[in-house]
Write a protein that binds this ligand. Structure first.
Ligand code: ARG
Length: 439
């Protein structure tokens, strides 16, 4: 047993890890200490939806072991070499998460330019983007599609400690119909290019789910309608029949994997929800019936309502096809209006940005849009923390600052509940008790 040390004693004897004085080695995280104590000026408690003043958080071996006021923590045994992280002037909150990114994609390389990118090159891009994402305060991401399972390798490299990045829930190859949004339709017939996740028919799609699982996917992504950035697909057109969608969902759920569907058009969205998907990505043209169904079934809507600004301003230079820009001109605006309708209806909303289409590390820009289009700052933060964790099936270990959960904690010097744009510039990032950033 450790000897009892009153917190005030711990404060004076603990190794002081002051915010302004302590620095990081240029490219290395600070190793996780046995016991760390965070002194938080404000703690955003996403479980109660309240901002709590003057909280003390005790972290041992990367796990949160106690939270309280200074007085309550006073009764806890703390070793005298505990590291104190003084954030009494800061607001701390759980590490953010993004339910929809493509780490191996470069936002300045779209359309035909992408044809020159090999899978190994994309993986290296992923290394750079994983670090940017973590430094932006996003400690967990779902990577919804990467050719050649590069995202599985990224996850493994991060978990092995070879590179720095967020927790990754990788989808591997996105599953889609021949000629659909998840296929590659850029080249004519004689080149015979087909994306790795293409399958047609209930048993063929089941086989793809099994293969994705075999090669390390932790979530299944499929395309249920046309898309903006694919050549020759119609936003409103459903892809896959109900039977095929049902087969994907059933097979994935048997294997313990959640299912995310890419869907913009109303019919595809409704069909996918009826087939039992866990989240609808984009949801741009969701009907009132779709909103009703999502609410009834507890389906999450993951609506990337920021990305349109990037596509319409930078997209052309990045190589986005003219037909895609054309689609975006109608989809982007409609999507924001439907987001507002969904938020008003009280549907479960995930935080999903589609970063990769736009630059990684700018994921947080979407918060201001979610607030502009109907959520309170607290609700937007909850979407990106406790909400996403429920969607990912990781709420036991992630999604809030609570005893027993992993110490994924970030801090900002302005209160994001006053101005949610504070989340565009994160000052402190800890993942699993390891400090990666301390401005
Ligand atoms: N990956 C998506 C697609 O190609 C991007 C959609 C972006 N536009 C939007 N308004 N969310 O369909």
């Amino acid at each position: 047993m450790m000897k009892h040390i009153a917190f005030s004693t711990a404060l004076s004897t603990a190794m002081f890890f002051g915010f302004s004085t302590a620095g990081l080695a240029a490219d290395g995280p600070t190793p996780e200490a046995e016991t760390q104590i965070i002194y938080a000026g404000t703690l955003i408690d996403v479980e109660s939806g309240k901002a709590l003043k003057d909280r003390v958080i005790v972290i041992e071996g990367g796990v949160i072991t106690a939270i309280g006021s200074e007085a309550t923590i006073d009764d806890i045994d703390l070793p005298d070499d505990a590291v104190l992280i003084d954030m009494s002037e800061m607001t701390i909150l759980p590490g953010l998460s993004d339910s929809h990114v493509h780490l191996t994609s470069d936002a300045t390389v779209h359309g035909y330019k992408r044809l020159t990118v090999s899978t190994p090159r994309a993986a290296i891009t992923g290394v750079v983007n994983a670090k940017k994402t973590l430094m932006a305060g996003f400690t967990t991401v779902r990577n919804l599609g990467a050719p050649g399972f590069a995202d599985v390798d990224l996850m493994n490299a991060i978990n092995d400690g070879d590179i720095v990045g967020p927790n990754i829930i990788p989808a591997g190859r996105s599953i889609g119909i021949t000629g659909g949004h998840c296929d590659n339709n850029l080249l004519p017939y004689e080149y015979k290019v087909t994306s790795g996740g293409v399958a047609d028919g209930p048993w063929a799609v089941r086989a793809k789910v099994r293969e994705n699982n075999k090669y390390g996917a932790k979530v299944i992504k499929f395309c249920g309608t046309g898309g903006v950035l694919s050549k020759g697909t119609k936003i409103g057109a459903q892809q896959f029949s109900f039977e095929e969608m049902k087969a994907i969902v059933e097979e994935a759920h048997l294997l313990g994997l959640k299912v995310a569907v890419h869907a913009h058009g109303a019919e595809g969205i409704e069909t996918a929800i009826r087939a039992g998907v866990d989240s609808v990505e984009h949801s741009s043209l969701i009907s009132d019936e779709g909103i009703r169904l999502a609410k009834k079934n507890g389906t999450y809507l993951s609506m990337d309502i920021y990305v349109s600004d990037y596509i319409l301003s930078e997209g052309e230079a990045a190589g986005i096809l003219e037909e895609s820009l054309d689609k975006e001109r109608t989809v982007g605006k409609a999507q924001r209006e439907r987001f507002e309708a969904a938020a008003q209806a009280g549907v479960k909303i995930a935080f999903g940005s589609d970063a990769g289409v736009y630059p990684h590390g700018q994921n947080g820009r979407q918060f201001a849009y979610m607030v502009k289009w109907g959520l309170s700052p607290m609700e937007a933060i909850q979407a990106s923390t406790i909400g996403n964790a429920e969607l990912f099936g990781t709420s036991k270990t992630h999604g809030s600052i609570a005893v027993g959960k992993r110490a994924d904690i970030i801090a900002v010097d302005e209160d994001p509940l006053d101005d949610v744009q504070a989340l565009e510039d994160i000052d402190f990032v800890m993942k699993d008790g390891v400090i990666y950033k301390q401005d």
